[in-house]
Design a protein around this ligand. Structure first.
Ligand SMILES: [Zn+2]
Length: 328
C-alpha cells in the first residue's frame, strides 16, 4: 500500500496533496460565470457559495478512508495492466482490478461520473442545497484532474529523485507566486452526458503528459538551489512552470463549465432561481456514491454517531455504578 507513507501527512493535514483551497476556489469562481448565458443567474448567483465549499472533498478525507482515491488516478498503473478499457464503468473496473488496486491507484474518473449522476438528480428536483454541494464537489475533482501530479504513479517525484515536488508545486509555489489570472473567455459546450468518463480520461492523459515538465523544472531549480529558498528555487520553478500552471488552471475552469452545463442539460434544463441557502461550510448532509467510500460518512451522521456512543457509554457507566452499589 504505497499511499500508507502518506497517511501520517494526511493525518497532520487533510489539505495536503491537493491544489489547495485557493486554486480549487478559483477554478469554481472562474468556471461558473461562463454559464450565465446558458443557465441564467439562478445558477451563477451561487458561484461564491459553491467556490467556498469546493474544498469539501479534501475535508472528507479525514473521516472517510475511501475518499482519498477519489482525488487521483495513477494512470501508468492502469496502462501497465490493460485489463479493460480505462474508461469502463465502475463495476467493470472494480471486477477487473479489485478494490485494493483502485484504493492505491485512484478513482477520480468514476467519482466525477457518480457525482454527475447525483447533480443531475438535484437539477431534476431543483434541490438547491444539493445543486450547490455537488457542483462544489465536481469543481474539486475537476481541479485535481488537471493537476499533473494527480495523474501519475510518480505523484511526489519519489521515483525520480524529486521527492517533495507535489507540495512544492501545488502548495508552496502557488502560495508564493500565483496571482489570479484574467477570467477565462469561452463558451461552455455539451460534452454529452454519456461521455463523462471518456472526457475525464482525456484530461488524465493530458495531465500525465505534463508531468515531465514539472520534474524537469524541479531538477533545474534544485540544481541552482538545493535549499528550496523562496527567491531562488521557487522563483526558477515558477518561471519554468508559470505558463503550464495557468494553462492547467484555465482548462480546468472551462472544462468545469462544460461538465456542469452537460449535467444541467441531462437534468432537464430547469429554470433556476436564487434562494437563500443555509451555511454550507459544514454541510455534508448529502448522499455520497458508494465507490470505495463508506456511504455513511456525512457530518450529520457522524454527529449522531457521537451522540449514540455517548448515550451507550453513559448507560454502561450507570449499570456499573448500580452493580458496585449492590456489592457494597
Ligand atoms: Zn483533492
Amino acid at each position: 500500500m504505497k499511499r500508507i507513507a502518506l497517511f501520517g501527512a494526511l493525518l497532520i493535514s487533510a489539505f495536503a496533496f491537493s491544489w489547495g483551497y485557493r486554486l480549487h476556489y478559483e477554478i469554481a469562481r472562474t468556471g461558473i460565470p461562463l454559464l450565465e448565458e446558458k443557465m441564467g443567474k439562478g445558477f451563477t448567483a451561487y458561484a461564491d457559495i459553491i467556490a467556498r465549499i469546493s474544498d469539501l472533498p479534501d475535508r472528507w478525507k479525514t473521516s472517510d478512508p475511501g475518499e482519498s482515491p477519489n482525488h487521483y488516478m495513477d494512470y501508468e498503473e492502469f496502462l501497465a495492466r490493460p485489463k479493460v478499457s480505462p474508461d469502463s464503468d465502475f463495476e467493470d473496473i472494480k471486477k477487473a482490478y479489485g478494490t485494493g488496486f483502485l484504493k492505491d491507484n485512484g478513482t477520480v474518473v468514476w467519482a466525477i461520473e457518480s457525482y454527475a449522476g447525483l447533480l443531475k438528480q438535484a437539477f431534476e428536483k431543483k434541490d438547491y442545497i444539493r445543486i450547490a454541494v455537488y457542483s462544489a464537489v465536481l469543481a474539486h475533482y475537476i481541479g485535481d484532474l488537471h493537476q499533473p501530479l494527480h495523474a501519475t504513479r510518480n505523484y511526489d517525484g519519489q521515483l525520480t529523485g524529486n521527492k517533495g515536488i507535489h507540495s512544492r508545486f501545488e502548495a508552496t509555489m502557488i502560495n508564493l507566486y500565483w496571482k489570479r489570472g484574467d477570467g477565462v473567455e469561452a463558451e461552455p459546450e455539451d460534452i454529452g452526458y454519456g461521455n463523462i468518463r471518456k472526457f475525464a480520461i482525456g484530461i488524465v492523459e493530458e495531465s500525465l503528459a505534463a508531468v515531465e515538465r514539472i520534474l524537469d523544472a524541479d531538477d533545474m531549480a534544485r540544481g541552482e538551489d538545493p535549499l528550496f529558498s523562496a527567491d531562488k528555487y521557487y522563483k526558477i520553478l515558477w518561471d519554468e512552470l508559470r505558463e503550464l500552471t495557468y494553462d492547467r488552471f484555465s482548462k480546468a475552469a472551462k472544462r468545469y463549465a462544460d461538465l456542469i452545463y452537460t449535467i444541467y442539460l441531462a437534468g432537464g434544463k430547469p429554470a433556476l432561481e436564487y434562494k437563500e441557502l443555509p451555511d454550507l461550510s459544514e454541510h455534508t448532509q448529502v448522499d455520497k456514491p458508494k465507490l470505495l467510500s463508506s456511504p455513511r460518512s456525512t457530518y450529520y451522521e457522524r454527529k449522531n454517531d457521537k451522540l449514540f456512543a455517548y448515550m451507550i457509554g453513559s448507560a454502561l457507566v450507570f449499570v456499573c455504578m448500580i452493580l458496585l452499589l449492590k456489592k457494597m
